[in-house]
Ligand binder design. Structure first.
Ligand code: OAD
Length: 248
């Protein structure tokens, strides 16, 4: 990685007025959570429409809960990595205003980020699909899936399935920020799932710089991205943070 790209990002971070990050599965890959797409991706093992659409969940909740429980064990074991921590530190330094994450693993919050929009929900919370009653993990009986609410409705993790709406408050806050931002860090996302993928495009349209941190080029790289740090987030973000600290 040319040092000059890290220097450029450090400079842009220091001089920007309103910085947001959009993160995806790639930032948690080094915490042991598989990404969705690509060779080892979750959607290679499980058909996306059969396992991640709300209609499939309603039609065969036992089957979908089997996948959810496997994912749940992986998420429970995961700890934030150096990339989550670097973003949290950028917030503490007053540089990063908001993390909009498509991840449901809570690792940004675990790393210390306080301004986080959970665009696709949070797998550590649960909710009844019929009456909306929220449940803590300890209240859910996982022994004979699917767990059921007192109203007999299906309980599901509080995450957004395909065919469901993005929580309106998360949607509004993320899009407000994208309109105001002058720098967007796009970290570890293939940027193929809308409406999250619209955020960097909207920001760019309003004059923001877009920086990707990803080992691979994405659909944004050619036309939207101003700078790409091509490598794992945990190896790209900490040195940039060091550069900022040294120049403070
Ligand atoms: P994807 O699996 O589509 O993309 C992961 C991205 O992370 C890819 O571009 C990888 O190149 C990159 N990547 C892998 N390892 C990395 C690392 N160490 N550091 C940085 N980047 C790395 O995951 P998302 O873009 O998050 O939604 O997927 C978006 C949405 O699709 C998910 O929120 C989920 C999924 O279906 C729903 O289920 C609603």
């Amino acid at each position: 990685m040319p040092q000059s790209k890290m220097n450029t990002l450090a400079e842009w971070l220091k001089t920007s007025r309103c910085v947001m990050a959009l993160t995806g599965a790639g930032i948690s890959a080094e915490s042991g959570i598989p990404t969705f797409r690509g060779v080892q991706g979750l959607w290679e093992k499980y058909d996306i429409m059969e396992f991640a659409h709300i209609d499939s969940f309603r039609a065969d909740p036992v089957k979908v809960w089997r996948m959810l429980l496997e994912l749940d064990q992986t998420i429970l074991k995961a700890r934030p990595n150096a990339a989550h921590k670097a973003l949290a530190e950028l917030e503490t330094l007053g540089i990063l205003g908001l993390v909009v994450t498509q991840n449901v693993d809570n690792l940004h919050q675990d790393a210390g980020s306080r301004h986080v929009v959970e665009f696709h929900g949070n797998a550590k919370r649960f909710r009844c699909l019929d009456c909306g009653t929220p449940y803590e993990r300890a209240q859910v009986n996982f022994s004979e899936p699917p767990p059921r609410c007192f109203c007999t409705g299906l309980i599901k993790p509080d995450v957004v399935f395909f065919g469901e709406a993005i929580p309106w408050a998360a949607h509004a806050r993320a899009f407000d920020m994208a309109r105001q931002a002058d720098l967007v860090l796009v970290v570890g996302t293939s940027a193929v799932v809308a409406p999250a993928s619209d955020l960097p495009i909207l920001a760019k349209h309003n004059g923001a710089r877009v920086v990707e941190i990803n080992p691979e080029a994405t659909v944004l790289t050619e036309d939207v991205t101003d700078l790409i740090l091509q490598g794992p987030a945990s190896q790209m973000l900490p040195p940039v943070l060091d550069l900022i600290r040294r120049r403070a």
